[in-house]
Design a protein around this ligand. Structure first.
Ligand SMILES: [Zn+2]
Length: 100
């Protein structure tokens, strides 16, 4: 029966690989994208600065992204976020650095 196959395939996939990032939600704030707050896919330069911020902050978001860092950088995992979330996430880091 097809339903059995479906269950087997799902559990098999989950065992091999952790769930990917949902593409309809921001990886930083977790909210869904909307017309007012559309999704942005970072380019390599922005990814690097985002991941740098992740490794400095080591918060929940940072650790999740760092766990997938290599896949994100080689393009096998695509992350999407709100534009303002990335700038907030990375700019707080800059403020902290300047204060130090
Ligand atoms: Zn967001």
């Amino acid at each position: 029966m097809a339903a059995d196959e479906f269950v087997v395939n799902c559990s098999k996939k989950r065992r091999v690989e952790e769930p990917e990032f949902p593409t309809n939600r921001c990886v930083i704030c977790g909210a869904q994208f909307s017309a007012k707050n559309p999704a942005t896919t970072p380019d390599q330069t922005k990814l690097q600065s985002l991941l740098t911020a992740c490794s400095e902050r080591k918060d929940e978001v940072g650790l999740i992204l760092l766990a997938k860092q290599s896949s994100i950088l080689d393009g096998s995992v695509t992350i999407r976020h709100h534009r303002h979330c990335r700038s907030t996430y990375t700019s707080k880091l800059h403020l902290k650095r300047n204060a130090d």
